[in-house]
Each structure stands twice: as structure tokens, then as C-alpha cells.
Design a protein around this ligand. Sequence first.
Ligand SMILES: [Zn+2]
Length: 516
Amino acid sequence: MNRTVRTARGLVLALTCAPVFALSAQPRVPDAAGAVPRGMSAITRADLERDLYAMAGDGMRGREAGTPDEMRASMWVAEQLRSIGVKPVGQDGSYFQWFNMVRTRVSTVSTNGAVGETPLTVWTDFVPLGSANADVSAPVVWLGDGADSTIDVRGKIAAIQITAPPAASIRTTTNSKEVRYANAAITAATQRVQRRGAVGIMVVADSTTDVAFDGLAVLRERGTYDVDGGAPRFAGQATQAARPQSARTAPTPAVLVRGRMAARLKAGATAEFHVRVEHFTTPSSNIVGVIRGTDPVLRNEYVLYSSHQDHDGVRYVIDGDSVWAGADDNGTVSVALLAIARAFAKQPGKRSVLFVYHGAEERGLLGSRYHAAHPVVPLGSIVAVLNGDMIGRNHPDSASLLGIQPPHRNSTELVGMALRANTLTGAFQLDSIWDRPTHPEGWYFRSDHVPYARLNIPAVMYSTNLHPDYHTPRDKPSAIDYPKLTRMTQWMYLTGWYVATTTKRPAIDPGFKLER
Ligand SMILES: [Zn+2]
């Protein structure tokens, strides 16, 4: 592989690197039919850079889902699509498909606790670990590290001391290392006590978790998000949602307390905690537009390009900055789709091209779960989903195509088109480690192609993968590698051009089944 690539790469690089800067990234590449797609010349580094500073500048305040900031960004994207000539296919002739985000969070006002006579304040003294109402009051049994499963905890509150979790269970990015450690340790501790008849669990922090305590409180205070009527993200989700509340195995109510509580709990106090959750809905939207194909038959089939317009908004300060701008995540793909739209506006394919910006991706793929369940075109007419997430960072010649290998690959034919397009555009060295089911980040499952792949639509995801600025205020337009972004955009475009112009639509591989 390397050699061929190197030879081919050397050639293309010779072409692109030098002329790229001189010729603004216009590789002379033949398409499936051998002609150079005229549209390629519409993809320029200058447009990508200008648009990214607009979409991910601090003025957009990080585009948090369900806030006016996401709406403002959505309006901006819709206006760009309109000016490029992309036709609206949303509600009432607009570019928007609205849906409701359902937020569930612990009520700070109505949640409280106590050990003996000492009252506990939520988020300061304890952090609820579930998102269900709970009323727990009972004597405490100290379990130490919980290894001794013979201790009788029935009808009691089980107090368990956190110990270091298995290294493989600790995620490698997102938030601080203490928070990542604590999340893995809490999961391990609560699992050790579940289903032993306790009425409640008190997880006692160790020194590392004490450091993470306030950060955990801020994150968990946000609550969880879901979408009304969305397609499932994970295999069990559909069945779990369908099961009546009474049949679902509710986990034992659990809270995290600071390490200094250990002495009181070891002494066998009584304790109680009362958790109240509140639910409310906020609107978010997908942005949907189409460039119609030229073929009288194939134009009723769609190549779906996917990005998400939201990011994490304004959050706690890191290095003096609180705007989590999300330039790479996912400003890069959002502006790439605008460039690709210009290319198809200049030279439409035989099939139509559907552009979908998914809202509330950061809240759990909510927009894509909604659109996959309520597609603006018949689901069966979507011939492929080309999703991208973060395509502007890391080594200039490294990238990943997720869904390139089993069990994530669901269309060998689509992957073949993408690989061919790669060798003729960016010629990236493809890093397949991120696509493995064993990868600790579970990267394949963390973006908007998943709900579609689960519905057996050929799907791949383009990415240049994680970096230390991921989900921090440091993810700014100034840190983006624009020549690389241009090559990634060309790669995505040429793949879609192949799908939009080839006679036979890419087939789903028989026996495709995701591992979770
Ligand atoms: Zn993202």
C-alpha cells in the first residue's frame, strides 16, 4: 500500500503541493469517466478560510444547541446555501427541519441530602449519578473497595471507596484527565454494587476524584439530552425505549461524595438523599438543501453530505477563554459542504445532492437521529451518506475514513469510490486504527453517519481525528491547516461526484452488523 501510495502520492503531491499553493489547490484529476469535474475548481482555500472565520469566530459564541447561538449559526448557513443556489427542502419551503430536544437534569432547588444531622448540598457536597427521581434514607454499610461481595447491603445504603479503574476503561481525550479517571472509576464502583439489594449507593471519592469533583458537578449539572421520535443511536436503544418504564431495570440510586466523608460513613451513620429531575424541551433544527441532478431517473436519488452546525457554546474558562468555538469540530466540515455545494452548483451530477447540517450533534447525535427517522426525501432514495467530523488538524498527510473496514464497513463499493478519490485528491495516508471496534474512543460511533448506517444506508465518515484542543476553547480557526482542509474537501467532493455520476448505486454489504 505505502509504496503505491507513495508513488501515486509523490506524483499527486508534486502536482498539488507546489501548484496547490500557486494554483490554489486545483489538482488535475480525472473522474470515474475520465473527465476532470469542472466543479472542482469551485473549491478554494480562500473561501474555506473566509467561511470558517465567519462560522467559528468567537462572534458565533460556540453555537450551542437549543440556544439562540445555534439558531444564528443556522441562519448564517442557510443564507450561504441560498446564495450558492442550493434549494430549500425543509418545513414550509424553508431550509429548516425543526425538532425538539428533550433535556433531563437534576433540579438544584429540590434535590438535597444529609449524613446524620449534617445537611448535604447538591453539586457542592454530593453529585447525583443518575437522572431519575430518588428518595433514599437508610443506615450506611461501609464496603471499602467493594471486593467483598458477601457483605449484606440489602435495604441499606452501600458506601464504596473509589479505587483506580482499569487503564483501558479511561478515555484518552475530552475534559481533564482527572475527570476522565473519575468517570471510569465511578462506573467501576457502581457496577460492583448494583443488583445486591442496596436501596442506595454512596461512592466516596479518592484523591484524584476529589480533584475532579467540581468539574464533574458542572458537567453533570447540564443533564442529559434526547430527541422526540429519533432513530436509535445504539442497538439496545430502540428496544430499551420500547420497553415500559416498569419493565426497565432501574439502576440503584447513586451519588458521589467527597473523600472527607469516608470517616463518617465508616462509623456507620444513617444517610439520606432526595433527587428530583426536571424535563424541558428546547427547539433545535437541521438545515436541509438540495442541488438537483441532471438525469431524469437518477435525480430522484440522493447523495447526502452531512455535517453538524452546533458545538459546545460558552462554558467555564480555560486559559482566560470561555468560547468553545468548535472551528475543527465541526466548522471545518460545515464550510467544506459550502465549497462542495459551489462545486455541484457549477456542475451538477446525475443524481441529486442533499446537504444536511445536523443540529444538536454534540448533545447525542440528536439532529441526525431525527432526520434519519423523518427524512426530507424517501429514505430508500438516499444512496450514500458522506459524513465528516473534524477535517482540519493533525499531520498534513494523515487522515481517516471511518467505515473503511468490518464491522463498521457497510458498503465495499462506496469505500472503493472513496479510496480512489483519495488517491486522486489529497492522497492521505489513511489511519485505520480509529475505525477499530477496540479503539478506546469508540470514534466510529461519535458522529452523524451512525443513525443512517444503522438503517442500512451506505455510510462513511471523513476525519483527521482527535487532538489536544478537542472540546476546549483552543479549537479556533487560527489553528486550522487550510491546505489540508482544502485537500480533505476535494476528497469528500470527488467521492460524492463518483456516487452522483456512476450508473449503479453503491450496494450494502450482506451481513453488515455494527458491534453495538
Ligand atoms: Zn463533531
